[in-house]
Ligand binder design. Structure first.
Ligand SMILES: NC(=O)c1ccc[n+]([C@@H]2O[C@H](COP(=O)([O-])OP(=O)(O)OC[C@H]3O[C@@H](n4cnc5c(N)ncnc54)[C@H](O)[C@@H]3O)[C@@H](O)[C@H]2O)c1
Length: 344
């Protein structure tokens, strides 16, 4: 650390890692960046854009350096646990891209190591830093939608098929991290169906169903085998309804003053059901890059010794749902009952 500014390593400079490097480069709390990838050609691209960034093809060398304060990991899921554990064990703060870890056992182990060493552990739930997602949280917390009946989320497009993880582990962390953040509760029941159409053993289409103790239910559809890109979430409450479309540039969030009133009848003749359709309001939402806020939260949490918004516990809650969904999918849609929230 140099005068309150951190030296930060980035491991994994494939598709996503360069975005972390760019946001570190633009953050005044970052002093030096050390980029690491096993493939020299990936580092060459970083060198062309950011000549001041130090480069290494050896993650061990980076993790062992005494002048590095923190490491951000953007490698494939199968490598997250080993790299994150070794980073923590060498006394450095760590940020791990979603999905946090391959199992809840691994996630718990990382949380314990970070707690023991009083180090910051953050998970890359980028959508929790997205202005429309934060605005929706404010709307839900204000009670404007009333009691939440259900959330339905669709995240589909053509590609990118991952070599090692199913679409559940690759795409669903985005929707699950949003839903758990909005509702502030973890599901008690999870059910999933899906299929491996293109690569045998790696499902590329999945439908998840979640049930919450509050009475709310949720549905998440993820696919990398769809004709067009959809990023759409509907939230239906007993007072109003909301649609969030992340592919829109303007009016990403719309609140519909729509609902239904049902008067419990004493007799059949009193049966009354009335539908209400009122205004559609699109709240003003600041435009800013979620990743910029996410990187700022990681560095700020380290320097001010506070918990990041998407900490290890948030990562663990999502991993538990992913595990349950995968179990269910492999068991022909068996209903998985999750233990009450907590670390067990
Ligand atoms: N938050 C988001 O919105 C978001 C978006 C995309 C990807 N991601 C996540 O980022 C991670 C990386 O995804 P990607 O699409 O960039 O993958 P990728 O395959 O394009 O890149 C991974 C890179 O890591 C390197 N690598 C692998 N093992 C390594 C090791 N042990 N040491 C150093 N380098 C190593 C590879 O050479 C490769 O360049 C995944 O966890 C993914 O889910 C997050």
């Amino acid at each position: 650390m140099v005068q309150g500014r951190l030296n930060v390593g980035v491991i994994g400079c494939g598709y996503w890692g360069p975005n972390l490097v760019r946001n570190l480069h633009e953050n005044r709390l970052c002093n030096r960046i050390i980029a690491c990838d096993l493939v020299p050609a990936k580092l060459q691209k970083i060198a062309v854009r950011y000549p001041a960034v130090e480069l290494t093809t050896d993650p061990e060398e980076l993790i062992g350096r005494l002048d590095v304060d923190a490491v951000m990991i953007a490698t494939p899921l199968s490598t997250h646990f080993d790299l994150a554990l070794r980073t923590l064990q060498s006394g450095k703060h760590v940020f791990v891209e979603k999905p946090f870890a391959s199992s809840s056992v691994q996630a718990l182990r990382l949380i314990e190591e970070a707690d023991k060493r009083k180090l910051t552990l953050m998970v890359g739930h980028t959508f929790q830093f997205s202005p429309p997602v934060i605005k929706i949280k404010e709307i839900l917390d204000s009670g404007e939608l009333g009691r939440i009946f259900y959330i339905s989320s669709t995240r589909v497009n053509l590609g990118l098929h991952q070599k090692d993880v199913s679409v559940i582990w690759d795409l669903a962390p985005h929707d699950l991290s949003m839903i758990l953040y909005w509702l502030e509760e973890a599901p008690t029941e999870v059910l999933a169906a899906g299929k491996d159409f293109v690569q045998k053993g790696i499902p590329d289409v999945a439908f998840l169903f979640l049930r919450f103790a509050s009475g709310a239910i949720a549905h998440v559809q993820v696919s990398c085998l769809a004709p067009s890109k959809l990023r759409r979430t509907t939230i239906v409450g007993d007072a109003k309804m909301l649609v969030y479309d992340d592919t829109e540039h303007l009016e990403q969030v719309k609140i519909f003053d729509k609902g239904v009133h049902f008067k419990d009848p004493d007799t059949f003749g009193e049966y009354q059901l009335s539908y209400r359709t009122g205004d559609i309001i699109s709240p003003k939402i600041e435009s800013s890059e979620p990743l910029q806020a996410e990187v700022a939260d990681f560095l700020g949490s380290i320097l001010h010794r506070r918990k990041p918004l998407s900490d290890g516990e948030a990562g663990l809650r999502v991993v538990k749902v992913l595990e349950a969904a995968e179990r269910s999918l492999l068991n022909s849609g068996h209903l998985e009952v999750l233990p009450a929230a907590g670390r067990s």
